[in-house]
Design a protein around this ligand. Structure first.
Ligand code: NDP
Length: 332
């Protein structure tokens, strides 16, 4: 599988280059908006070709697939160009700046017959796979509520567009709420109907929100409470699912690494749920490669990316207006 990287990013350097290679992919080229940076990034990561012109990169005809990890406002045009060139696309979250653009991308990929995936890593974690299995097996009964704790301190090397550039898709809502929305959908198998939210700039955000709290109502009647932040150095992450027969208390699981602890509490007492410690991104790549071979689907596909973006867009709108806001899934 021959890959091109669209975006000379940190996520590619720190996670995805290794994951693509571990899953058997061959990275042929990387695109940066700056020619020198493209060359330097290619050399640093052992990639043959550094490009600064997307059309030239796609025209080179040596790629089966592209991984898009530029800033968020660039995803749409780059994905559309790659799809038009017949490439399979794995795109970072949020897929686009609007739900309508995300729907256009995913429909274009379907029409072109290429595989389209969204890089929601959390649903690939052994911890989340184990939680989902426990919920599906009825171990906590009917789910009454979910609490998501995803307030972290944004590492200094990522301070930049996320904190001060709304037109690049900065802010904690596009950055983290999408992941939480995807994770909750993954566990409950249903999509939020409407949301209320409050956001804030509590220390780091300049012109964008760096913190958000929201409550979502689910079709089953379950309630979801979500807290995301870039400013919390000591909170640690977590996820709790509370049901009629038990509760799942998971700590340190909203993370890029295969870590954390999961406790199941029922009438019988407490038990630890064990889980696999495989690399989240390698699992995502294994699934994407299988989908490219016509075997199965990406672990998170285009519809999943649209839906997580739709929830985040509703949270942003609810925070802005102060009103309970219906989630608009763009017709998917
Ligand atoms: P970065 O800020 O590292 O990269 C985004 C762009 O910034 C790059 O495409 C690059 O532009 C430019 N850039 C990066 N580093 C430098 C530098 N040292 N000097 C000059 N320019 C630089 O973003 P992230 O990797 O944090 O995020 C990229 C995308 O991935 C976003 O959509 C984000 O939401 C997503 N993401 C997903 C994660 C996940 O686990 N699924 C985790 C982290 C991010 P150019 O390409 O033009 O050189």
């Amino acid at each position: 599988m021959r890959w091109g990287l669209i975006g000379a990013s940190n996520i590619a350097a720190n996670h995805m280059i290794g994951a693509i290679r571990a899953a058997g992919g061959d990275i042929r080229s990387v695109l940066s908006s700056d020619a020198d940076r493209a060359k330097a990034y290619a050399a640093e990561h052992g990639i043959t070709q550094g490009h600064y012109d997307l059309d030239a990169m796609l025209a080179a005809d040596d790629l089966d697939a592209v991984y898009i990890s530029t800033t968020n406002e660039k995803h749409f045009a780059q994905a559309m160009a790659a799809i038009a060139a017949g490439k399979h696309v794995l795109c970072e979250k949020p897929l686009a700046m609007t739900v309508a653009d995300a729907v256009t991308m995913v429909r274009a990929a379907d029409a072109a017959g290429v595989v389209f995936g969204t890089n929601h890593h959390l649903r690939n974690a052994g911890s989340h796979l184990a939680i989902r299995d426990a919920v599906a097996a009825g171990r906590i009964g009917q789910v009454l509520s979910v609490r998501v704790f995803h307030a972290v301190y944004l590492p200094p090397f990522l301070h930049g567009w996320r904190l001060d550039n709304p037109s690049a898709g900065g802010g904690v809502i596009p950055d983290i709420v999408v992941h939480d929305a995807d994770t909750v959908r993954f566990h409950l198998g249903e999509d939020p109907v409407d949301v209320v939210a409050i956001d804030a700039a509590s220390g780091l955000g300049q012109g964008v929100e760096d913190s958000c709290m929201s409550v979502w109502s689910m079709p089953s009647g379950a309630m979801v409470m979500a807290h995301e932040s870039f400013t919390h150095a000591y909170a640690q992450t977590g996820l709790e699912l509370h049901g009629t027969k038990g509760s799942i208390i998971a700590r340190n699981v909203m993370t890029q690494r295969p870590v954390g602890q999961i406790t199941l509490r029922t009438e019988a007492g407490e038990e630890t749920i064990s889980f696999s410690d495989h690399n989240l991104y390698v699992r995502a790549m294994d699934h994407f490669h299988a989908a490219m071979r016509g075997e199965g689907r990406p672990s998170a596909d285009g519809i999943d990316g649209i839906k997580s973006l739709a929830v985040a867009a509703a949270v942003a709108q609810a925070a802005k207006t102060g009103e309970r806001t219906a989630v608009d899934y763009g017709g998917v």
